[in-house]
Design a protein. Sequence first.
Length: 490
Amino acid sequence: MIVSLDYEGWQGNPEEATQEVAALLLRWQPGVIAPTERVLRKWRQEEVLTRMGRRFTGRNLLEAVYVAWQRKEGQALPVITARLQPLSLKELEELVTNQTPRSDAVAPPIDERRIERTVILLAHGVLKQFQAVRMGAPVGVGLSHPDARVANNAIPLQLRQAQAQLARLAFEHGQPDDNASVHELLVHCMQPFKQWAPQPLAHHPEFANVVLIDAEYRVPSRECGDFAALGGHLTDIIENQIHQQLMVALDALDPEERDDAYTLVRRFVAENPMVSQASKTWRKLLMNPRLSLDIRGWLQTVYEPAHAAMADNRGFVTYCGHCQAPLLRTKEGWNCALTACRANHPRTLPGDAIGLEQALVARPEVLKYWCNPALDELRLHHELTALFPQESVLLYPNLDLCDVAIGTRIGIDVKDYADPVLLARKLNRGVGGLRLYDEMVVAVATRQVRNRPEYLPQVREHLQTALRRSLRILSVDDVLQTLRTHGQFA
């Protein structure tokens, strides 16, 4: 141990940091058990400890000592994190070495259930506001209308309740209320909580990185739907609505015909983020005898006319040569509308072009929830079909029990979550149709795990024990490599 540490300049690897923290605790808090290297890494990944560069710092040593000490005292991590955040290095050293918390550093007690309830309310409110906008309603217009029904519907009740909870949290922690305007609140929701929310949310290890509105597609994020589901608001989740509308349309068919019809239209949307109304492909689909009038009507709602901004100077909209989505004009030039495609193919490949008046593009929420993950789903289906020609390799089998199945022995679901902890939380609530297969596999989109070696271990770490034993968590690339090599999961 270094007797007198230079906290300003000290840096070290995780092993060195673990040793120094243990020594400092032995010196200042001999009754506190020192955290392991794994715990220190977890605290840093979850930003309980400050992250500055790749190595642990002297500040991290002091923070870890304080966290270990306060955890023994029974304090919750969000409270501890909120206390640490505003402290300078000198103040932190004084706090730790004096072993007496500063009065002005003590945050009010935090009710974890109220924090979660606020997030659920806000997520539900965002979903309700999105639905209203899709129906043509303006945001927040009509609050002063003399008709109470108009005024009450101007902003969804859940969104107004969330605003009140956010204002209360800000007031309790001495912060200004920056979310009184629903327009500003919705803009804030396109950023992680840690960048704009009151302290208990901004510093919360579970919520700090949550984004409720996808900034590119301007639709509720998957995480938004997951938190709304925690409150029991399943019918308002956008992905569920798209799926349920299709299921209602399928009810007009005989039961034995539904699975083939489902796979047909689901695969068509996956392979055709944009389609020409005049194309043989589109006309052939609409004339397919397996599709009822209700299913054709559903398809007409999934696609909408391309916006004029998508057209070039000649009035043409260009396909992406990789995935058939439209190319969009950006500051950097023309780029594919699918973020997953851009991640897999950094260089834009222009394809054919069609006239603006003929172009139909999948709605933004369909691009987000179906077309993006479909790139990996289609890839898995294509490559596994070639690998196992003697077996039945199915795409979206049995009305979407999973994304890809090899007979009944392997079921694979593709997940495209930016936050591994939230993915684990989603899986802990249920794995759906995967449970009917001998091998249950979650294939994480490669773009999420690329250059993030901690992603998959974090998912596994946060799974319930029984699920951790039965569920395989791999990247899409690893799934394919394992099956190419062994034909099964050992």
